[in-house]
Design a protein around this ligand. Structure first.
Ligand SMILES: NC(=O)c1ccc[n+]([C@@H]2O[C@H](COP(=O)([O-])OP(=O)(O)OC[C@H]3O[C@@H](n4cnc5c(N)ncnc54)[C@H](OP(=O)(O)O)[C@@H]3O)[C@@H](O)[C@H]2O)c1
Length: 409
């Protein structure tokens, strides 16, 4: 527990917008088994993923998709088609190998199984697959794991194209598939929108009417709705903030912690030291997903993959860690936004450079001050003793910051 009053951990029921016209919760319409009876494994002791499950996975050059694909290779599954965007830096196979190398694991084959890269773009109709790749996918795929996404907080149009149009394209493709694949969709816990001071359960998730701090989270909420409305069999997974602990790629570290070194430019900032932030390492996310997929059947069709109230971080202690890490003479002063007066603004953001930097933080400050955590009780109950360890952020944040600094002194 982190000092908050107990009642702030109670999951609230804000599910007005997450119910369909008959009042059913859209966040959990029931259990998940393989939709095609031929591939159902209920009662056999095998998981949703079996040695015969053929998979299409998107977003494999990314942080979470890359970790999932290398774990899939270590399991007995059928074919694994990896959708990869065309890129002048290399063909699909070269890009896949480059991504796996960041995890010190660059093999695209293991124990007789191999990954099959296919070129495509989720924002294009039929994912831009060649006729040959599309017919292979349509004939054989039992599961589509969808990790491809635009995560930018500033490129609104790209978020809509990749995340919403991409979801429509995914559904069209799934409907062309002969085996009615299960769609495993990587959404985000932040699809809840601009809420504050809560512990949110899955039924409180995606909310389009709630207001959003940016188009990324709104487009992810919209993508969930499009998927739900399609009626296609799905499993929705909502990671909280996922950091690239243990991965050697600077780009993944920078994607989220880029602003942390810049905090040294300030003596004080409008951040509530008691605000909780739900942060998890990528190994926790990838392992949780793999372990869910190995279950014969899941009780729910939506899970938060999050630190939850017990393992969430708090701004104050993380800031104290950074004071030590950067050997600050004076600790950074964190002031709750409600106490950040005009006088303080003038006092602490006097220099033009500070004001400029501060304006780039505006995308992040709402998330630091939301004081929202995402309940992981469902995931804990489903995985039991197999619930993976959640390493505290202060145990790996230093390594990520060194990685960011080392290659760009
Ligand atoms: N990281 C987090 O903190 C976090 C938290 C909650 C939820 N999630 C969700 O988890 C999923 C994976 O996130 P991540 O952190 O792994 O993201 P990431 O590292 O930015 O990777 C995004 C992946 O999507 C691919 N992609 C983007 N646009 C595409 C397109 N038009 N066609 C095909 N592929 C495309 C990228 O390919 P290129 O290499 O070609 O760009 C990359 O492989 C996303 O759905 C995200 O919303 C992430």
């Amino acid at each position: 527990m982190n000092g908050k009053a107990m009642d702030s951990f109670v999951t609230t029921n804000r599910s007005e917008h997450t119910r369909d016209s008959e009042g059913r919760s859209l966040a959990n319409r029931g259990s998940v088994a393989m939709p095609n009876p031929k591939h159902r494994t209920k009662g056999t002791g095998a998981g949703l993923l079996t040695k015969d499950t053929n998979i299409l996975i998107t977003g494999v050059t990314g942080l979470i998709g890359g970790e999932l694909v290398r774990r899939l290779l270590g399991h007995e599954v059928g074919k694994v088609f990896c959708l990869i965007r065309p890129n002048p830096m290399g063909d699909a196979r070269a890009r896949l190998i480059e991504r796996l190398r960041f995890s010190a694991d660059d093999r695209t084959d293991r124990q007789g199984r191999s990954l099959e890269p296919v070129t495509g773009d989720v924002a294009s109709p039929r994912f831009g697959l060649s006729d040959q790749d599309e017919s292979q996918v349509a004939e054989s795929v039992d599961m589509i794991i969808h990790c491809a996404s635009e995560l930018s907080f500033i490129h609104d149009e790209r978020c809509r194209e990749t995340n919403i149009t991409g979801m429509h394209n995914l559904i069209d493709l799934a409907r062309r598939c002969e085996r009615r694949p299960l769609i495993v969709h990587l959404s985000t816990a932040t699809s809840c929108g601009a809420v504050s001071h809560q512990c949110l359960g899955e039924d409180d998730g995606y909310d389009l009417d709630n207001g959003h701090h940016n188009e990324y989270t709104r487009s992810k909420a919209m993508a969930e709705r499009v998927l739900r409305d399609s009626g296609e069999p799905c499993l929705i997974l909502r990671p909280s903030i996922t950091l690239s602990a243990g991965i050697s790629a600077r780009k993944f570290a920078r994607a989220i912690v880029w602003f942390v070194p810049l905090l040294r430019e300030f003596a004080a900032l409008p951040v509530d030291p008691d605000s909780r932030v739900d942060i998890v390492p990528v190994a926790f996310v990838a392992e949780s997903i793999m372990r869910l997929l190995q279950k014969p059947q899941l009780k729910h069709d939506c899970y938060n993959v999050s630190a939850g109230p017990d393992a969430a971080s708090m701004c104050g202690p993380v800031s104290a860690f950074l004071d030590t890490f950067y050997k600050r003479v004076e600790p950074l002063i964190l002031t709750p936004p409600s106490e950040w007066t005009k006088e303080k603004h003038r006092q602490y953001l006097g220099a033009a450079q500070q004001r400029k930097l501060f304006s780039t933080f505006r995308y992040y400050l709402p998330f630091l001050n939301m004081d929202v955590v995402y309940d992981n009780a469902r995931l804990r109950a489903e995985l039991g003793d197999d619930f993976p360890e959640i390493t505290p952020v202060t145990e790996y944040l230093g390594d990520l910051l060194k990685l960011v600094a080392r290659e760009n002194p």
